[in-house]
Design a binder for this molecule. Sequence first.
Ligand code: SF4
Ligand code: SF4
Length: 438
Amino acid sequence: MGASLAESSVSSSASIDKPQQADLDRCVHCGLCLNACPTYRELGIEMDSPRGRIYQMVQIASGAPITDSYREHIDLCLACRGCESACPSGVQYGRLVEAARAEIEAETPRGWLARTVRNFVFRKLLPSPALLTAAGAGLYIYQATGLQKLVRALGLLRLMGPLGEREALAPAAQIPFFFRQIGKTFPAEGEKRYRVALMAGCIANVSFARLNEATVRVLQKNGCEVVIPAGQTCCGALHVHAGIRDEARKLARRNIDAVLDGGFDAIITNAAGCGSTLKEYDELLEHDPQYADRAVKFKSLMKDVTEFLAAIDLNRNMAPVNATVTYQDSCHLAHGQKIRKAPRQLLTAIPGLKFREMPLSDICCGSAGIYNVLHTDLSMQILEKKMANVELAKPEIIATANPGCMIQLEVGVRKWGKGEKVMHVVELLDEAYSAASR
Ligand code: SF4
Ligand code: SF4
């Protein structure tokens, strides 16, 4: 990609990276979305509801200045898109809030420290396997050498205030990291039916290495030759949620170039949050003449792993998993990608598994990317309600379809649970297949 194109994309981004009037006009302010909104359910404040946030976006689009109050209300949104599912007028709220954040990002002066930290995390750390490996190794040493236990036992975290509280939200680092599998091809078991690419994520290579391996095995069991394409990078979901769309576009172009021409029947992710953004590369790059068509093709191949497996002739050679399981809808699967049946279909295909729905399974658990780190108190309030609903189903296992939700639900189990295990749908399938092969 030539530098001139990158520059022209960036220079035109100010006009496209803000809520578009046609999208705003769809909202008729009926309020039917309010009850689906976790922040409104918790706070009861109109300005922290979807309708209230859209109202504020309309004011800004009409020329009102961006104020601290506007920033806070938009910032407090989980971007869970529960309101989108509830809206009878087809308001694309996810698109609106992402654009609002991009506009805020462009107009918010930040101090040197905040700018440096944001630049490092979003532009250096997340796209870099080398830096993520180094950070993951540090995390692993902290967690595995007993240092974490010592720090916790001595109560040092309490002395660190809010930062100490956030330490409990850090996922475990899993060695060996999945980065070593990037560039490799894994053969199909039995007859090869599909050739698929797996998007391995960014942090997932460190903290969900075993989930990625389980995903490869389950796909192999289902006749897939699985390629982990070299050159792939972070999907850009965290960037989009933070309003850093120029960097998200760079990552999207890199991923498209790394994967699109590999002759794949499908491009697969096991992370609903990533999948939602990967399926919206066409929106992200719609004004990029060189990549717009390629992004549409990329989107047409992009599948969540549960969506892919539920659509093919599933290998039924599974041993029983004798456990009661409930399912927490990942927002970016249920609301972002409109996929609700596929994970349930896969869970109920596992012999021995007793599936039990919990109430309000499609209300956000409070994870929402890095929301639980940025807004820990509200996130924990939302999680406590979620765990109360989990308990009504009395499950032994809480299944979900997104690593971010798994981290949050594990915190929920530690704080309010009854010792439930948290698993990805694919991990349950993997267990059933592995037991059948033994
Ligand atoms: S977003 Fe939809 S449901 Fe909510 S107020 Fe607007 S039109 Fe009504
Ligand atoms: S995205 Fe979620 S938190 Fe944000 S307004 Fe919609 S329902 Fe509420």
